[in-house]
Write a new protein. Sequence first.
Length: 653
Amino acid sequence: MSDDRPTPPQDAPAGPGYAEVYRRSTEDPEGFWLEAARAVDWDEPPTRALDDSSAPLYRWFPDGRLNTAYNALDRHVEAGHGERTALIYDSAVLGVQEHYSYARLRDEVARFAGALAARGVGRGDRVLIYLPMIPQAPVAMLACARLGAVHSVVFGGFAPKELAARIDDSRPRLVVTTTGGVEPKRRIEYIPAVEEALRLAEHDPEAVVVHERAGFEHDVEGARGRAGRDGQPAVQWLSWDEALEGAEPAAPVPVAATDPLYVLYTSGTTGAPKGVVRDNGGHAVALTWSMRHVYDVRPGDVMWTASDVGWVVGHSYIVYGPLLAGATTVLYEGKPVGTPDAGAFWQRVEEHRVKVLFTAPTALRAIRRADPEGELVRRHDTGSLETLFVAGERLDPETWSWAGRVLGVPVVDHWWQTETGWAICANPYGIERLPLKAGSPSVPVPGYRVEILDPLGQPVAPGEDGNIALRLPLPPGTLTTLWGDDRRFVESYLTAFPGYYATGDSGHVDEDGYVYVMGRTDDVINVSGHRLSTGAMEQVLAAHPAVAECAVIGVADPLKGQRPAGYVVLKAGARIPEEQLRTELVATVREQIGAVADFKDVFVVEALPKTRSGKILRKTMRQMADGQEWTVPSTIEDSSVLDALAEVLRPPR
Ligand code: COA
Ligand code: AMP
């Protein structure tokens, strides 16, 4: 592969080509999606696809009823595939591997669902899941789905305050957690984090169920001893095994297709995370369709998504997608490098005969840095690998061509968001293998109508940058609203361009219809494929007694894509050594948002550049920090501030 030449198409699957499938999806969405819905098992099959009676809030399959966990597990067992491997748990940090057949996973899910039901969890109740990459995470998610309960998974790298915000917003009946997570450099104690979150939250869940892992300091017994004392909320603490005692396996509960399956919080412009709501029916249909048509994964194939169940990529393609498709998924507890080396991915591709690998560009950059010539790739037989999919952040052309060269397989970039739940743009490998182009996630996936708009909502010419917007209605599987807040949903996404969903991304479309996603138009940044809000970090910095005002921007980073950098102006008369202030601010962001924020750079400056109306010129600061061309905005209040900042913002050589 070269950086600028499209790669030739690989052997194309039989059937109608992309243009034909895409045309059908937009000209006859009703027929298209009802047909796709036939791949799912329904308790009551839908007779209609789209309900637009409350537009711009849309619902898919309004009269259908189904159970997502049944579709992910039982149907495969009932079809005679109970012995097929559903999930391979592979922990690089512990050196442990375990295979779960479909029958075993179904049974474990049914039993844990029974345990949840015994504690009163039923249809519509929320369960917050705070677990690392261990089998109990998908078991707990699917157990909720089995009962028609709504799970809300929180990524382990978030701090107690973030956990508390999610508890207060989703008001879970139960929290499911563990004693700890294993990071390469340290063990993370989960129980104190949950205790702290419960102290901070206003809402009290009824119980906390703890999966006990060996090797951690804090246990259920200790938490039980503290519950209700010393200002602790009086929640009931019980171990996973205690919860299972006497629990009867629960049968799948048919729910309305429009019932929520999960809430997943993601960063927005403000500090308050947005609870993206996914339904049951649209989600099952869209993911099932995507497995076949986007990834070309069929029953029995092995798909490994190296992400985390705490992110949308993990929800869709570690847990639900592969299982809905009857494929085998790999749950990998480890890193691309350092557990123990940059060959970790290739070793597992060989061992598990992985057909499709999905990861984030940052993981490839980390591997490339450690093994630039791909020597560790050559030590393994990666012959089972057909395609490498990447998403989560922009895939830079250098990383794209490097990965293609060392692996010898197509590297398919695809673009999506927590909100959409599955790809907006991709090279639809199960339909037609279109040429790949460096820097582009290829073309709109059937169902999505992608347009590039200027700030006034007018379409721009091919090649011209603008706001990437999706014409409404969005296809099935995309968010239906924000948890408990239709108004925020409409204001955040549907108001900027009436008739469209605003993605918050900017980019352009070329003359062949290929989309290029260049960056965000808001204050969301992407650090190692993790989506973070600079607004949330600014809130933390601004609360420091010595800080008068501050700005956090995402600056380009060769490994992580972006990294956050904070610029603070001190209050007049503040007496604190700069080094101490830096240390305190870095520690507070870690304490209040979490290690995942990866906030390490703080600069004390005299003033921040602002418009005459007082808005901080973050975009200009970012352009300066990234060494891009920039012009002094005409709205600036005092341009000498920019001159003074130039030295601080100069990119490192
Ligand atoms: N629980 C607790 N802490 C976590 C965590 C988790 N699940 N995941 C990350 N962290 C912590 C790390 O320990 C680290 O803490 P430290 O500051 O004490 O070292 C911090 O958060 C930042 O971690 P990370 O983003 O992993 O950076 P890194 O420098 O340790 O590793 C990469 C760099 C590129 C190897 C790593 O970011 C990576 O694997 N990225 C891929 C991400 C991905 O797959 N995203 C999915 C989106 S599709
Ligand atoms: P998240 O919601 O965490 O999945 O993050 C979604 C955001 O990540 C998108 O809005 C984009 O800004 C960015 N993103 C995801 N995938 C890609 C991609 N393939 N190319 C460019 N940006 C991407």
